[in-house]
Design a protein around this ligand. Structure first.
Ligand code: UD1
Ligand code: CA
Length: 463
């Protein structure tokens, strides 16, 4: 939108968070809360965006998207002082200045756009977003008269009558640049908190005969300001609800959305069923018709159609091809891929390992730095010994190999196509195609030995 500049107020520490980290960097749905606000205002395509930083400004500056200017508010003297600090970066700008708090990450682009449109339509000098809340505690209250909003009174400064008002200031405003600049110069700090309140601009503008428009949102849940960890948890729950609702509307089944945690960038196909306690994050893409049993933690992974994840499995930066089954209790670590219709069973760990189509590793194995072909059977308890204390080495197992249980592959080693490894072998040399590799001490049976031993022991016991 033309003639629009945005100032985001993000200089405060957020004392009520009781944190070493500055409030706006606390993550919401996996990303710093400030980035939600920035993404939502930047979607309006403003001419300029200024972030007012103060506490830990270097850390905050690092996460800012391209195109955001910064203004340093060295001392946090209040929201009016912060707005003034931001405004100094907008010299020569004569359009509409949108001021947003950095701690209201749920306010969406549509809401900002609605406020702007109403502001322009009414040709107001100041417009502010309001919300009716069942519990308005802590927020600034909106005092209205026939001409619009006459004043905002902060909770701490309000009397009982004012505190009973349920219409609150959402902390988002549209100002005509000139009017804002003039009014900010007149803000005083004669209030309970001894701060320069941006909200005083309302009264100052009205005293001059200016028009102040209060626009009530029909999405009051978006107005949540995050001041404490409890607020953050509430925001997290709201965002989770939105994400899950959108996925369900698009054809995903969730047996218990309240305990299903899905990141904002995750994509999930239709007819996939997600049971309780799944955590899916990052840029994970899940196909259609998958079944996720309870308790999986999946991040940065690609899961194709018709895959079953059997519960309590952890998959990180992995690829699972169509029709495969993983888990329960599998650990699929970065750089691993599981082929079409392959099976990875309980207590199997894969790291930087590719398992071919139709291959099976059903029980109790560690497969690291391995390339395993199609239709290979990896017996229970197989271990690739990929590390010698200094470097990592690769195991290659070609197609259709049968690996007996309790085998160790001492890497680097290669097993040729169709070979069989006898159970209990330690494989230290390459195995040719179609060969049998067996490396274990030949068994000797001593007839009657156990019986004789038992007789001796029992005789001793009687004494
Ligand atoms: C503010 C509003 C209140 C509104 C509420 C909505 C004022 C005086 N009050 O109260 O009417 O209902 O937001 O959530 O504006 N900040 C700075 N520099 C400062 C002070 C604050 O950058 O000197 C930033 C903070 O980092 C924060 C934002 O401004 O992101 C809001 O400040 P905060 O102290 O949280 O204001 P509230 O008391 O919530
Ligand atoms: Ca706040």
């Amino acid at each position: 939108m033309k003639d629009i500049a945005v100032i985001v107020l993000a200089a405060g520490l957020g004392t009520r968070m009781k944190s070493k980290a500055v409030k706006v960097l606390h993550p919401l749905a996996g990303r710093p809360m400030l980035l939600h606000t920035l993404a939502n205002v930047m979607a309006l395509k403003p001419e300029k965006v200024v972030a007012v930083l103060g506490h830990q400004s270097k850390d905050v500056a690092k996460v800012l998207p391209d195109g955001v200017m910064t203004a340093l508010q060295k001392e946090q003297l209040g929201t009016a002082h912060a707005a003034m600090t931001g405004l100094k970066k907008l010299t020569g700008f004569t359009g509409t200045v949108v001021v947003v708090a950095g701690d209201t990450p749920l306010l969406g682009t549509d809401t900002f756009r609605m406020l702007l449109e109403r502001h322009r339509l009414a040709r107001a000098e100041v417009s502010l977003l309001t919300a009716r809340l069942t519990d308005p505690t802590g927020y600034g209250r909106i005092i209205r008269d026939e001409a619009g909003v006459s004043r905002i009174v902060e909770h701490k400064d309000a009397n009982d009558f004012e505190r009973a008002i349920d219409e609150v200031n959402a902390g988002t405003y549209c100002f005509e640049a000139g009017a804002l600049k003039a009014a900010l110069k007149r803000v005083k700090s004669d209030n309970v908190q001894e701060e320069f309140y941006l909200t005083d601009v309302v009264e100052i503008t009205r005293a001059r005969g200016g028009r102040v428009l209060g626009v009530e949102t029909d999405r009051p849940e978006e107005a949540l300001g995050i001041n404490s960890r409890a607020d953050l948890a509430k925001a997290e729950k709201t965002v989770r609800g939105w994400i899950n609702r959108k996925l369900m509307d698009a054809g995903v089944t969730m047996t218990d959305p309240d305990t299903t945690y899905i990141g904002p960038d995750v994509v999930i196909g239709r007819d996939t069923i997600i049971q309780p306690g799944n955590h899916i994050s990052g840029d994970t893409v899940i196909g259609e018709g998958c079944m996720l049993l309870p308790g999986n933690i999946i991040s940065g992974s690609v899961i194709k159609d018709g895959v079953t994840i059997k519960g309590y499995s952890v998959l990180t930066d992995a690829v699972v091809e169509t029709g495969a089954a993983v888990g329960p209790f599998a650990h699929i670590r970065p750089g691993s891929s599981i082929g079409q219709d392959a099976r990875v069973g309980n207590f199997v760990e894969l790291k930087k390992t590719s398992l071919g189509d139709g291959a099976k590793a059903s029980h109790l194995s560690y497969l690291g730095d391995a390339e395993i072909g199609r239709d290979v059977n990896v017996g229970a308890g197989t271990i690739t010994c990929n590390y010698d204390g200094y470097g990592k080495f690769k195991t290659v197992i070609e197609d259709c190999v049968f690996v007996g249980s309790d085998t160790q592959f001492v890497a680097p080693v290669r097993v040729g196509r169709g070979a069989v490894i006898a159970a209990g072998s330690t494989v230290t040399q390459d195995v040719p195609e179609d060969a049998l590799a067996i490396s274990r001490t030949a068994q000797t049976n001593k007839p009657g030995w156990a019986g004789r031993r038992r007789a001796i022991k029992e005789k001793k016991g009687k004494k």
